[in-house]
Design a binder for this molecule. Structure first.
Ligand SMILES: [Zn+2]
Length: 168
């Protein structure tokens, strides 16, 4: 069986930064990545590089940042009034909010965002809402572990059920 639309694919991979070879994440046989192929759940170039492969095939490819999580966009930097970060006593919470911390926030429309604190002054906190991998060229290596037909329910829902998938 070959990887194509509506197949459930299990694979292990190692993801590293293509510029400096730093490892970003790794999956293995006991905790593989399992996904429904061809429904837009993954980065398109990730799927393009896997299409047609069989169990046991290995892969080694790169995806440029603009085709992965995007380039680092200065418009996603924001200055937030520091009183937003005050504790119940009206003091800035220096324990929770430190430079480098990733903070879950929501915007005026209620969308959930994660921002990284870049700088803290008395008036403002400068935050970066870019994806953590924005600006990073990705390098994937790995091996296809399993390919099966998706069930009608999985195709209907657009995701994998069972072990490593959605439970509902
Ligand atoms: Zn489902």
């Amino acid at each position: 069986m070959q990887i194509s639309t509506n197949k459930v694919v299990s694979l292990k991979y190692k993801l590293s930064n293509a510029q400096n070879n730093e490892q970003i994440e790794e999956t293995n046989e006991t905790n593989p990545l399992v996904f429904l192929f061809g429904v837009g759940a993954m980065i398109p170039d990730f799927e393009n590089n896997l299409s047609g492969k069989s169990v046991g095939d290995t892969f080694d490819f790169q995806i440029a940042a603009q085709d992965a999580y995007g380039v680092h966009d200065a418009q996603n930097l924001a200055m937030i009034p520091s009183n937003i970060f005050h504790d119940e006593n009206g003091n800035f919470d220096h324990v929770m909010f430190q430079v480098g911390a990733i903070i879950p926030m929501s915007d005026s429309e209620g969308n959930h965002l994660r921002g990284k604190i870049l700088e803290i002054t008395d008036e403002n906190v400068k935050m970066d809402f870019n994806h953590p991998l924005a600006g990073t060229d990705l390098h994937f290596t790995g091996e296809i572990l399993d390919i099966r037909e998706a069930t009608a329910d999985e195709i209907d829902h657009g995701h994998v059920h069972g072990e490593h998938g959605h439970h509902h």
